[in-house]
Design a protein around this ligand. Structure first.
Ligand code: PPS
Length: 287
């Protein structure tokens, strides 16, 4: 690991390109409002997609923000350096994303009425997406071979630590009906249905027509062309889309094109072991 590229926050690796001691202090002391909505994800689970969806669900389907504001300023990451700069420009209700585990949220979050949408994705696809991201992002270490990266992923020597710790932390909360769980796979399968869920959960009361319009805009092939969301605004020396696009494939199950049989067995058995005793079901096969 190249030290200048990462910092460690409570044992979790974060890239210094977007995180600093100050931004993490800022996140810790952030004053959460009751009307705030947080999207929570482990990296590569659908964050950018939700940065597109959430403003539209909250504003009734007006495309202006997603056509004019880059995703990182439109729905900023609580823990990143941009938040302090743009927070005063956010419309109400404020929409934020975070990769933080539950216990590292700001103190004011727990006693607030802020709502949370937690998006989970098949960890095999998360790892594949992350592997390609490490190849195209010059601010991250080279991932090495797929096998080497898999071992790092399973050990939690990757951004934001272990996938299993993240999903478990957000399953054991006191949030009750303040949190909605959804999977990337459900969104891929039925985006329209997912949008209806979000609308009901957030009390947005979206019409069928508005949901249809939002869905059309947020389908992978359409969203991929939105320069405010596809990271084409970032210089090529920082993110090289000729190596891999940020919005790469946008499908469920791409892991099947990457994992060999032994890798699949090893990966599944580690994840299964760490999820033992957990009652929640996955919409994918862990075999
Ligand atoms: S990050 O770096 O944590 O913000 O990455 P994140 O946005 O969470 O994850 C990137 C993956 O999400 C896919 N994506 C989408 N899939 C389907 N539909 C839409 N609209 C969409 N937008 C982003 C993106 O392609 C990455 O997955 P992969 O498997 O690499 O394609």
């Amino acid at each position: 690991m190249s030290s200048g590229r990462y910092l460690l926050h409570h044992g979790l690796l974060m890239p210094t390109v977007a995180h600093s001691e100050e931004s993490l202090k800022y996140a810790e002391n952030f004053l959460v409002k009751d009307t705030d909505v947080f999207v929570v994800t482990y990296p590569k689970s659908g964050t950018t997609w939700m940065q597109e969806i959430l403003p539209l669900v909250l504003n009734g389907g007006d495309l202006t923000p997603v056509q004019t504001i880059p995703n990182w300023d439109r729905v900023p990451w609580l823990e990143e350096t941009r938040t302090a700069l743009v927070v005063d420009c956010l419309p109400s209700p404020r929409a934020l994303v975070t990769h933080l585990p539950y216990h590292l949220m700001p103190a004011s979050f727990y006693s607030s009425k802020a709502k949370v949408i937690y998006v989970m994705r098949n960890p095999k696809d998360v790892m594949v997406s992350s592997f390609h991201f490490h190849k195209m992002a010059s601010f991250l270490d080279d991932p090495g071979t797929f096998q080497e990266f898999m071992e790092k992923f399973l050990e939690g020597q990757v951004l934001f630590g272990k996938w299993t710790d993240h999903v478990k932390s957000w399953r054991h909360t006191e949030l009750g009906d303040r949190i909605l769980y959804i999977t990337y796979e459900e969104m891929v399968q039925d985006l329209h249905g997912a949008l209806r869920h979000f609308s009901d959960f957030l009390g947005s009361n979206l019409s069928e027509e508005a949901i249809q319009r939002i869905a059309e805009h947020c389908y992978f092939n359409n969203m991929k062309t939105n320069s405010m969301s596809n990271y084409s605004l970032v210089p090529q020396e920082i993110m090289d889309s000729s190596k891999s696009a940020f919005l790469r494939k946008g499908i469920a199950g791409d892991w099947k094109n990457h994992f060999g049989p032994e890798q699949e067995v090893r990966f599944s058995s580690v994840i299964r072991g760490e999820m033992e005793g957990e009652s929640f079901l996955f919409p994918w096969d862990l075999e």
